[in-house]
Write a protein that binds this ligand. Structure first.
Ligand SMILES: NC(=O)c1ccc[n+]([C@@H]2O[C@H](COP(=O)([O-])OP(=O)(O)OC[C@H]3O[C@@H](n4cnc5c(N)ncnc54)[C@H](O)[C@@H]3O)[C@@H](O)[C@H]2O)c1
Length: 429
């Protein structure tokens, strides 16, 4: 099949690479000239395991990149929209980029096409994309709009694209939906075909539900601290119940990232517009803000006043195996530490280059041990495997005082304490 993917960010680039690997001819289109020039040389704009290998395998054969949307539209039967839908001023999704792309596709249409929206967009956007395209092409060609929300997780995006729990396809025209489902046939995954608006809602509802689940266990963790219970044991016991399940029950410093915060806000906004108050989600936002702020309290509890203290911050990206810093909890907490007079030396395996511009006043170390050198306290923000496997004896010897605040509960408290650390996790005895 001939596929154009507009937007070559985390979702778009992974889609380009995976669709090419599944045997399709793929053109990735992006407005960012530097990004496209680099992609043509096989230099990736993002850190995402497995993507480089696929791009290297298919570049110049089944995969190419351009800044020219017209070229992509003319050459393709399927045009995927995978541009960003960042939060707008009041929390609503900013649809500028999706609208721009819809207008561009409309202008360049040269025949019937299927336009597939992979970006996360509010309910009703598919209809709007349809009418924008029609306005711009003068109604000359038949274009079907299909919603195909993406559920991949950064850090395991290629695996998730190739092994999805389900493929969701929403369309008013069943034939168009079936044509899109053909693209995914090689994956042997369950394909759910539904109407356009329900598909758009499923994406927001899923993300909002996951954010709620994380927030729920975080609140249980806060309560565990007060009643002297251990949230890791509580989560294990809860997760064995098949009605609940173990995923997304890891208590910690709060959720962040490019999707959950913005999608929760966007869903609240969608509800508001309809005159409905989504009370649970409002509480989720408030509780998550509290969770992030409460990390400062946890650090102060074991360290006392922060003024003049040296803190080693491990992990900056919002989750492991990505360099994505959007809404990363570490950024908020580190800025707060600096405002409170602490000196911070940070280390992240993939996100430091981008972080330097976002964290003025923070020093950066070339590895975790160097970050720990002379520190009064080491704070874990992201659960990268290399932090789980650190030589803690060596860390202790490097530190000025052996104190760990574990914002992701990656260590066994008993073992860390036996090594002589003061240990503070989230929701653990
Ligand atoms: N990142 C994730 O884990 C994830 C997962 C599922 C869904 N989503 C959704 O997918 C969408 C894309 O997210 P992302 O994280 O890949 O975004 P991103 O910011 O990484 O990438 C967006 C890309 O679109 C490009 N772009 C913007 N306007 C354009 C235009 N007019 N023409 C061509 N290219 C243009 C940008 O230059 C950028 O490269 C969002 O709606 C997001 O909510 C993201």
């Amino acid at each position: 099949m001939k596929i154009c993917v507009v937007g070559t960010g985390y979702v778009g680039l992974v889609s380009c690479a995976c669709f090419a690997d599944l045997g399709n001819d793929v053109i990735g289109v992006d407005v960012d000239q530097a990004k496209v020039e680099n992609l043509r040389k096989g230099i990736l704009p993002i850190f995402e395991p497995g993507v480089k290998e696929l791009v290297d395998r298919h570049l110049g054969k089944r995969l190419r990149f351009t800044t020219n949307l017209k070229e992509g539209v003319l050459a393709s039967d399927f045009i995927f929209i995978a541009v960003g839908t960042p939060p707008g001023q009041n929390g609503e999704a900013d649809l500028t980029y999706v609208k721009e792309v819809a207008a561009g596709i409309g202008r360049h249409l040269n025949g019937p096409k299927i336009v597939v929206d992979k970006s996360t967009v509010p309910v009703g956007m598919g209809d709007l994309v349809d009418s924008i395209m029609e306005e711009n092409c003068g109604g000359e060609y038949r274009v079907d709009v299909v919603s195909n929300p993406e559920f991949l997780r950064e850090g395991s995006a290629v695996h998730d694209f190739m092994n999805p729990d389900r493929i969701l396809i929403g369309a008013e025209n069943r034939q168009a939906a079936e044509k899109v489902s053909e693209l995914y046939k090689p994956l042997d995954a369950e394909i759910v075909i539904t109407d356009l608006r329900s598909a758009e809602m499923i994406k927001y509802a899923s993300n909002a539900f996951l954010a709620t689940k994380i927030t729920f266990i975080n609140e249980i963790a806060n309560l565990c601290e007060r009643v002297n219970a251990d949230v890791s044991k509580v989560a294990h016991g809860m997760g064995l119940d098949t009605r609940i399940g173990p995923a997304f029950l890891n208590a910690g410093a709060g959720y962040g990232g490019s999707c959950f915060p913005k999608d929760v806000m966007a869903l609240i906004h969608i509800a508001n517009k309809e005159g409905y108050e989504f009370k649970v989600l409002k509480a989720v936002v408030e509780a998550n803000d509290f969770q992030k702020r409460s990390m400062i309290g946890r650090i102060k509890e074991v360290l006392g006043p922060l003024e003049g203290k040296q803190i080693a911050a491990l992990g900056l990206s919002f989750k492991p195996n990505t360099d994505d810093l959007r809404e990363a909890v570490a950024l908020d907490v580190i800025r707060n530490l600096v405002d409170n007079g602490a000196r911070v030396r940070a280390y992240d395996p993939a996100a430091m280059e981008h972080a330097k511009a976002l964290l003025p006043g923070v020093k950066f170390a070339e590895n975790a041990y160097a970050a720990a050198e002379g520190a009064h306290c080491l704070v874990i923000f992201t659960e990268w495997n290399e932090f789980k496997e650190m030589d803690l004896e060596r860390v202790k010897n490097a530190m000025r005082s052996p104190v760990i605040v574990d914002g992701r509960n990656i260590y066994d408290p008993a073992k860390v304490k036996a090594l002589g650390f003061t240990y503070r996790g989230v929701g653990r005895k």
